[in-house]
Design a protein around this ligand. Structure first.
Ligand code: DGY
Length: 319
């Protein structure tokens, strides 16, 4: 039996690769830099399956180079780099990896909140740089207990953050396009966007990037926040106007920003945000634990295999 031709952008776990071996002939681009378009288009000519990565824009321009493509899978829950409509027009299912990354991403999100509020990472720098002496200490952090956390984009990850926040004695409010049906169960209260901005001590962004959420947090929004507010973004950098965030931090319109996602990514060491002392940035590691990335990788392989065999994908965005 002939094998399926598959293009893989990025690294798969050995356990995921094993699932493909035997049935697939695989071309892999696992370098950190983006694959050059001419090479990708050449590989796609006879590809039946594609495992994409966030730095590849999947749209009609790319799909036109992939006449035999049956399925696209990606190891992420977010898929703002994929034009779903263009895939659907060509009857190509797209599979992502929700659910398996919920707890790990919630840990990192809450970790950013906790580390910035309690200056954990700054404390370590302080000790490492030999600044810890009797009578000299870091500026104080702030309590979580009794504070209000406002979640923008309450989905499964948001709900997992709610549990962590409640364990620390925080009150949770949230804003979505629509109120959820499980507020009684989660204990989080639905509020308007304006209320979220003005009343939250910690604002946590977890919404997907879309035309509606792009630059949702700009100059006007930061001005409405409390001057003591902490702003955490673990979703997508482009939901925030980076320039406006920088000015809000410099002018002390808000107290602090903790970001796992930025524009650009990777953010360069000479970027103006990095020079500030009221910022904590991690390199987009929300789901980056061994166990979670393994599960994501395996689910990606399962999505791909199902599509190659013209079966329903275990997790499909456009079916
Ligand atoms: C996701 O799963 O969307 C993560 O942010 C990785 O891109």
């Amino acid at each position: 039996m002939s094998k399926f031709n598959v293009v893989v952008i990025g690294k798969l776990f050995p356990s995921a690769l094993e699932k493909l071996e035997g049935t697939c002939e695989i071309k892999v681009w696992d370098k950190a830099e983006r694959i050059p378009d001419p090479l990708l288009y050449d590989w796609l000519q006879d590809a039946e399956g594609l495992i994409s990565r966030g730095d590849i824009q999947v749209n009609e321009e790319l799909l036109a180079h992939a006449p035999r493509l049956r399925v696209i899978a990606q190891s992420s829950v977010g898929y703002d780099n994929i034009n779903i409509e263009d895939c659907t027009k060509r009857s190509i299912p797209f599979g992502n990896t929700p659910e398996v990354l919920v707890e790990a991403t919630a840990d990192l999100t809450f970790g950013l909140l906790l580390s910035s509020a309690r200056r954990i990472h700054e404390g370590w720098d302080f000790v490492q740089q030999g600044k810890w002496a009797v009578g000299s200490n870091l500026p104080f952090g702030v309590d979580l207990y009794g504070k209000t956390v406002g979640i923008f984009g309450m989905g499964s990850i948001g709900k997992a953050v709610v549990r962590r926040a409640q364990a620390s004695g925080m009150k949770v409010i949230y804003h979505n396009r629509k109120q959820r049906h499980d507020d009684a169960e989660t204990g989080a209260s639905y509020v308007g966007f304006e209320h979220l901005l003005t009343q939250s001590d910690f604002i946590v962004v977890l919404a997907p990037l879309s035309d509606e959420t792009r630059n949702r947090f700009g100059k006007a929004e930061f001005k409405k926040m409390k001057p003591t507010a902490y702003f955490v973004n673990a979703a997508r950098g482009a939901i925030v106007d980076t320039e406006a965030l920088y000015h809000a931090l410099v002018n002390q319109e808000i107290a602090y920003a903790a970001l796992d996602v930025t524009v650009p990514e990777p953010i360069t060491p000479d970027h103006q945000l990095i020079k500030l002392t009221n910022v904590l940035i991690t390199p987009h590691i929300g789901s980056a634990t061994v166990e979670t990335r393994r599960k994501m990788s395996e689910l990606t392989a399962e999505n791909l295999l199902a599509g190659l065999k013209k079966q329903s994908l275990p997790k499909c965005v456009n079916e």
